[in-house]
Design a protein around this ligand. Structure first.
Ligand SMILES: Nc1ncnc2c1ncn2[C@@H]1O[C@H](COP(=O)(O)OP(=O)(O)OP(=O)(O)O)[C@@H](O)[C@H]1O
Ligand SMILES: [Mg+2]
Length: 265
């Protein structure tokens, strides 16, 4: 385990909305190849944290480093080009486009074609399109829904649309993928399929940072967990350590998780 290298470092990150401190001086480091979970009650600041890391929201103070490069004040597309992509808490698919077209939109950050050259229909443009389609198909195969490539996206079951979003996040071959509540709304079969996809992609070298309320998934696939409550980091560690942290249990896991505490302690 000595060859671990940090890929993402969040240092004293803070976000204030008006009078509300949504994220309060949070620090943690994600190592390359990890599956890293952020958990905490509703309104804890988890999505706000993701929005700052991906440049959707500016931070109020603190620093974010990705492979030692500072991300503060970079635009979302620049952060994507550096190798961080994400999915959102709410489903964000283009309803009227086919599944493969949806996935292809995730590739534009690495495509050379711009509007001008696309309009000229140059052979190089056509080649790039074909290559992008091939990559989109590979991404769909990786998440197990390539048979749905030419369906209109909004006709897919919810779980397949979630997988489509992950294929779209993966097509640009990012180093780090952020998933905001990927299991929300999935049935148990769909959740199981998604867990398999995440584990397989991690084996291929991808690093995952994810927010999730489904504790069974969090505890079974995470290498490290950070717990946030009311914007403040209240715990950090392996799943076993988190389940044994009295402050975390009191603030978040609560009494109804007693069974789980025993199972994972
Ligand atoms: N754009 C915004 N403007 C003002 N306040 C915001 C904004 N986004 C989030 N907040 C507030 O910041 C706090 C943290 O919200 P956030 O969405 O990050 O929580 P969360 O941990 O993702 O919750 P959930 O588990 O419900 O998704 C909340 O009090 C929320 O109301
Ligand atoms: Mg959220």
């Amino acid at each position: 385990m000595s060859n671990k290298r940090p890929i993402l470092s969040v240092e004293n990150l803070t976000k204030v909305f008006g009078g509300v401190v949504a994220v309060d001086n949070v620090s943690f480091t994600v190592e390359e190849g990890e599956i890293f979970a952020v958990i905490g009650p509703n309104g804890a600041g988890k999505s706000t944290l993701f929005n700052m890391i991906t440049g959707v929201l500016p931070s109020s103070s603190g620093n974010i480093y990705f492979q030692e490069k500072r991300l503060n004040r970079k635009k979302p597309y620049q952060i994507a080009q550096m190798g961080i992509t994400r999915t959102f808490q709410n489903l964000e698919v283009f309803d009227n486009m086919t599944v493969i077209e949806n996935v292809m939109t995730g590739a534009h950050i690495t495509m050379k074609t711009n509007i001008l050259t696309a309009g000229l229909r140059l052979p190089s443009v056509r080649n790039e399109e074909v290559k992008t389609m091939e990559r989109a198909m590979e991404a769909l195969e990786a998440v197990g829904i390539s048979d749905l490539a030419y369906e209109i996206a909004d006709r897919l079951p919810y779980g397949s649309q979630r997988l489509l979003e992950i294929a779209r996040a993966a097509i640009s071959n990012p180093k780090l993928i952020l998933l905001d509540e990927p299991m929300a709304g999935l049935n148990s079969e769909e959740s199981r399929q998604l867990v398999e996809v995440i584990l397989k992609m991690r084996e291929q070298g991808m690093t995952f940072l994810f927010v999730e309320h489904d504790m069974e998934t969090v505890m079974s696939i995470s290498d490290s967990i950070v717990v946030i409550d009311n914007g403040v980091k209240i715990g950090e560690g392996t799943p076993e350590e988190i389940y044994q942290n009295p402050q975390v249990v009191a603030a978040y896991l609560g009494d109804e998780e007693e069974e789980g505490v025993e199972a994972y302690a």
